[in-house]
Design a protein around this ligand. Sequence first.
Ligand code: NAD
Length: 469
Amino acid sequence: MYSIKVRNPRTGRIDYRFEQTETEELALVAASLRDAQKQWLEGGVEMRCRMLLELAAAISEQRGSLFDALTADTGRTRETELEINAVISSMERWCRLAPELLAAEENKKTSIPFIEIGRQAAPYPLTVVISPWNFPLLLSCIDAIPALLAGSAVVVKPSEITPRFVEPFSDILAAVTGLAPVFRFLQGDGSLGSALIDHADLVCFTGSVKTGRQVAEACARNFIPAQLELGGKDPAIVTADTDIERTAAALCWGGMVNAGQSCLSIERVYAEAPICHDLTAAIAQEARSLTMNTGNIDEGEIGPIISEAQRDIIETHLEDAAGKGAITECGGRITEHNGGLWCQPTVLSNVDHDMLVMTDETFGPILPVMAFDTDEEAIELANDTAYGLSAAVFANDAGRARHIAGKLEAGAISINDAALTSVMHEGEKQAFKSSGMGGSRMGPASIRRFLRSKALIENTQLCRDPWWY
Ligand code: NAD
């Protein structure tokens, strides 16, 4: 047995351990999930919706134990509250969407009068979901629930950094007896995630670009699809005609919620030169009003940095920027409180693309602001990145805003707001460049991406003469 120690982000102490699932068990687990999947699919979409709504209701009723575990995992309460609500509401939303999306289709006429085509949607029997630490429950469910609705069985390997929620969630799940045989959580580190890929028909991975590349390579070797949602370095472009106070507040929210530890955090701001100084000052003023939840976990907007490794990345970016001439407008330090690590809400000016803080994912509450002169320059700067997850444009002139947004190489662009993809689920979008690949998690594609199309091509004429000569 391999025991994994878990650090508490608020105290720095190891206060939790769990046993990693043995890789030898995986073949048996996969066989049992595949076996149960047949009945799950046969049961039909209405039955699957019923089961998942039962799970949503059970989460809602027993949210206390889940909330406590997620809070201990991440050291924050506000985002945990939002996370549990988001999981419940998204389950309900998918259950409303699925019956129509998965309804049987009538045969269609073709260009050959006596040949008809029927389409059958066949789910991947076993979907493996590998999830990150930053929204442990939400990012375990965001692929798992639509996959289950499509008719797959699902095994989730959550992050070893935030494993405490798995026990209460598995208890809640076990009580939904029809669902439990096709929905399992297995605990372990990256080696377990890697081993699980060999048992999957489809892998959904959310995490860093580095690991995503390893997952994609392993999936390619097995000829199975990989749906990848990876890191980002989201830019925001602000033109001179915007309302500075409102924009500063939106940018602070977009860049500092969850202490900047979100894939869709705003990590770079490009401000049109005439307002760059005032916007920077307004963002700094807004950032100074944010407090860290060091003492009372329920007070303060900024939670702890999740790990010492993450602290090292933030420190490296801050030191690199300072060494190359960046000016710290506010914050700029990582502080320790009772063993936990917090990064002060930080605004930097005098930055450029020679600095790591403008090119690499920082994952901290840090907003560097850089000036631009023309829209072309802003677009070029925003696109000067390996990432392409999401972006934001702030402009009072709607035509100009849409023009800039249309030129950005990213899957989702918020206009006159930040991180709208976190609250808006209708718009289909895909990750661009190194931020990922695969189908959209939003809109109807969120479920359709778990289905393969089977064409049933029927000769309805039944004549004896061969017709194809
Ligand atoms: P990570 O890549 O370190 O780990 C993610 C998961 O992969 C973990 O469960 C880990 O155990 C597992 N893993 C590690 N090595 C593996 C391997 N070789 N094979 C299979 N699985 C392996 O990422 P993290 O630090 O947990 O999460 C932060 C990253 O995730 C950031 O880059 C963030 O931007 C990104 N993220 C992206 C999205 C999105 O939707 N695009 C959402 C949240 C987080």
